[in-house]
Design a protein. Structure first.
Length: 209
């Protein structure tokens, strides 16, 4: 598919079904792009679609099947959108460096090692009342860690939103910007392997659609 050069082609891109419950249109919304009038579309749609399809099929669909609706906060960013946000990171735009974001939010670029990947920042509405009642974000983190083939996660304070990444070469690393900040687990840490079900009591069993 060519980069959208018309409204018709943008509609066609938005209608691409990445998985049973997610469309490319769900992934193109960006407050930065909307507010500042920057086009948020991939210049390599085929790579973006391929990466986004793996993210949706292998991660988001399983969350949807298990917890119900998955709210997409932020997903695909064009190079232009990410550059704009990174240049203004001291103003609260919170975009990492664009090269670092290749195969993360910038789906239409491979990472430095040539691997494909995609990230979406998501909120799980099922978890919000539990989080607001005092359940820690780590409960959701450990559930995902035990059940899904993710590459990276990074948690935030508001609604326990988290960046969820799929990558051809997964890192299996969990970070947090919510207290306590830092690395929850990564390969080599004593807590990385084994069963963590005691950390997420009352969570549903994994469902596969």
């Amino acid at each position: 598919m060519r980069k959208p050069a018309s409204m018709k082609r943008l509609e066609e891109l938005g209608r691409v079904r990445l998985s049973p419950n997610f469309f490319m249109r769900d992934m193109l919304y960006s407050e930065i792009a909307n507010f500042h009038g920057i086009l948020n579309v991939p210049d390599d749609p085929d790579l973006a679609i391929a990466a986004g399809t793996r993210l949706c099929e292998e991660l988001l669909e399983l969350l949807h099947a298990t917890f119900g609706r998955v709210s997409i906060r932020s997903a695909f960013r064009s190079v232009a959108v990410n550059e704009y946000g990174h240049e203004r990171r001291t103003r609260g735009y919170n975009c990492g460096a664009t090269v670092w974001n290749h195969a993360r939010h910038v789906w239409n670029r491979r990472d430095a090692d040539g691997f494909m990947g995609a990230t979406a920042c998501v909120v799980i509405p099922w978890f919000i009342p539990r989080y607001e009642a005092g359940m820690p974000w780590q409960a959701l983190a450990w559930w995902v860690h035990d059940h899904l083939p993710f590459s990276d996660m990074a948690f935030f304070s508001t609604y326990a939103a988290f960046n969820l990444r799929w990558c051809e070469r997964p890192n299996r690393r969990i970070e947090s910007y919510a207290p306590p900040r830092g690395c929850l687990t990564k390969p080599g840490m004593a807590n990385h392997s084994g069963d963590h079900s005691s950390e997420y009591p009352g969570f549903p069993e994994l469902k596969r659609r």
